[in-house]
Design a protein around this ligand. Structure first.
Ligand code: KIV
Length: 286
């Protein structure tokens, strides 16, 4: 039984690093899933632009729009009482100008998010400064950032050489200085994530970045085997795809064989009313 959970804020997230407590984050895109995550004590719920791949069926996150992100953020917001709710800014919602980015980040806050996440390094320092000065907390995101797949030439682990790892380390330091309250480290060697985590005073949240990060995040659909494939960095804790497929097969069989709906799933009227109905109907037909 879980006791009453305290509301998680960006302050709580910072304090967790100071206390050496791991931060647990997951993505959610809809009300019922967000409600479960929120009730069992997930610290951060991210309405990720991964909604594009795992819910909307796009091949990448690149087609995801602000409209789609806000729609899912509002649904998740209706469920979330305890977790910190972060909205993921989609491709081209923050790259064109600072004004446009602040407006779009503000729309996430109006939709119920308490912070926004943006993918990228030092080039976003002025934007992160502007957002944090405008009262919009920012979660950074560096490494194998999916919105950059074309620049990377595919889904390639980043920071594998000392030279590339130093760029990531510098980016992380610059993001912290600009005011980011935490940074997602995605798809980088665990040694690099360890060095970044030891260097920063804000928490690092890893995905495919090893065990030394201050917290971990996964895409919900990866944790439950619901995606088209299981990425190496993910762990499947329950194979929901098989459970759902078996359940649907059972439903198909029961409908075909007339087992479902049973009496307990049906509504009834009294024998007298049935009799009256039949009498009246046969009168009208004759
Ligand atoms: O969109 C997303 O789900 C993400 C996380 C996995 C970090 O960006």
């Amino acid at each position: 039984m879980i006791g009453k959970l305290a509301k998680v804020t960006i302050r709580t997230i910072r304090e967790k690093k100071e206390k050496g407590e791991k931060i647990v984050a997951l993505t959610a895109y809809d009300y019922p899933t967000a409600k479960i995550l929120d009730t069992v004590g997930v610290d951060i719920i991210l309405v990720g632009d991964s909604v594009g791949n795992v819910v909307l069926g796009y091949e990448s996150t690149l087609p995801v729009t602000m409209e789609e992100m806000l729609h899912h953020t509002r649904a998740v917001k209706r469920a979330v009482k305890n977790a910190l709710l972060v909205g993921d800014m989609p491709f081209l919602s923050y790259q064109t100008s600072i004004e446009e980015a602040v407006k779009n980040a503000g729309l996430f806050i109006k939709a119920g998010a308490e912070a926004v996440k943006i993918e990228g390094g030092r080039q976003f320092v002025p934007l992160i400064e502007k957002l944090t000065q405008s009262g919009i907390p920012v979660m950074g995101h560096i490494g194998l950032t999916p919105q950059w797949i074309h620049s990377f030439g595919g889904h390639r682990i980043q920071g594998r050489t000392a030279k590339d790892a130093l760029v990531l380390l510098e980016d992380a330091i610059l993001l912290e200085k600009a005011g980011a309250f935490s940074i997602v480290l995605e798809g980088i060697p665990l040694q690099v994530a360890k060095l970044i985590t030891e260097t920063l005073s804000i928490p690092t949240i890893g995905i495919g970045a090893g065990v030394h990060c201050d917290g971990q995040i996964l895409v919900f659909h990866d944790l439950f085997g619901l995606g088209d494939f299981i990425p190496k960095h993910a762990k499947v804790v329950a194979d929901l795809k098989t459970i759902i497929a078996d359940g649907v097969k059972k439903y198909i069989e029961e409908v075909k064989q007339g087992i479902f709906p049973a009496l307990e799933n049906s509504f009834s009227m009294s024998d007298e009313e049935v009799e009256a109905l039949r009498k009246e109907w046969s009168k009208r037909r004759s």
